[in-house]
Design a protein around this ligand. Structure first.
Ligand code: BTN
Length: 256
């Protein structure tokens, strides 16, 4: 299995911001922890930390993020956004990852609000946005060439290899992911969420469908009709009222 190389990735990138500095490590607790240490040492925006394997990979809601050594894409990107809305950044990166998967493999990847990327209704990638001082550390986990999944996610997770039947060249794919993150993050920074949101509407797995959204111990059920300018999911509930859910977890939707 080819090992990710920092030179190979950096030389092929040609991005403006994301990947100006790329650090590739073998085994870490979590790339998020390494990125946090780099922020404390004033690492510039756009710095990317990649690892071959994590012993303490984490996902949202305190969950673990499982990966297989040398088979996945595990990255943390240090950003200094002018705004502080984590959902908007997660959605922007979700759009970038879905586009990168489409460009690279030809499969139809969708963004599952607020932070997942799915293929054939299975999760292939997730985004974890965490604050560190004035920075935001965007953690990205993509199941690339993994074929076995931890029992806790065995029914709901998949990988690009499983979905396409073809092994993916991780170094080239990583370049494509970082290029798309650069493109969409700069779009967000320069023009705000509107143009990203338009793209999201075409890539969303939930908009138009019947959903149950879990947030703060409550469940909102109805039709997902929009993602607003703050990244909130707008749900038309049974009495016709529109309920905005700022973040949460969704079941249901239109496609996968
Ligand atoms: C989620 O879907 O819950 C988010 C998963 C994010 C996982 C990535 S892997 C790289 C980075 N380091 C971590 O510990 N987590 C993120």
């Amino acid at each position: 299995m080819p090992v990710l190389s920092s030179c190979e990735i950096q030389d092929n990138l040609k991005t403006s911001l994301v990947g100006r500095k790329v650090i590739v490590l073998e085994r870490v607790s979590s790339t998020q922890d390494i990125a946090r240490e780099l922020v404390e040492k004033n690492a510039p925006g756009g710095t990317v930390v990649l690892a071959e394997v994590q012993s303490q990979g984490r996902g949202r809601h305190g969950r673990r993020w499982y990966s297989t050594a040398g088979l996945d894409l595990l990255a943390s990107v240090i950003l200094y956004p002018r705004f502080s809305n984590l959902t908007v950044v997660s959605l922007t990166l979700g759009v970038a990852i879905a586009i990168a998967i489409r460009n690279f493999t030809g499969i139809r990847a969708f963004v599952k609000w607020p932070n997942d990327v799915i293929v054939h209704d299975k999760k292939v990638a997730g985004v974890l946005a965490e604050r560190a001082g004035t920075s935001l550390i965007a953690g990205i986990g993509i199941n690339v060439n993994q074929v076995e999944f931890h029992e806790s996610v065995a029914g709901s997770a998949s990988s690009l290899l499983v979905e396409t039947g073809k092994e993916v060249d991780r170094a080239s794919f990583t370049c494509e992911v970082l290029r798309q993150i650069d493109r969409y993050y700069l779009m967000l920074r320069g023009e705000g969420f509107s143009p990203v949101r338009e793209e999201l509407k075409h890539l969303s797995s939930v908009l138009g469908g019947q959903v149950a959204v879990f947030f703060n111990g409550k469940t909102v059920r109805g039709q997902a009709i929009d993602v607003d300018e703050s990244g909130a999911l707008v749900v038309r509930v049974d009495n016709g009222l529109h309920v905005r859910v700022p973040t949460g977890e969704v079941k249901g939707g239109t496609r996968g």
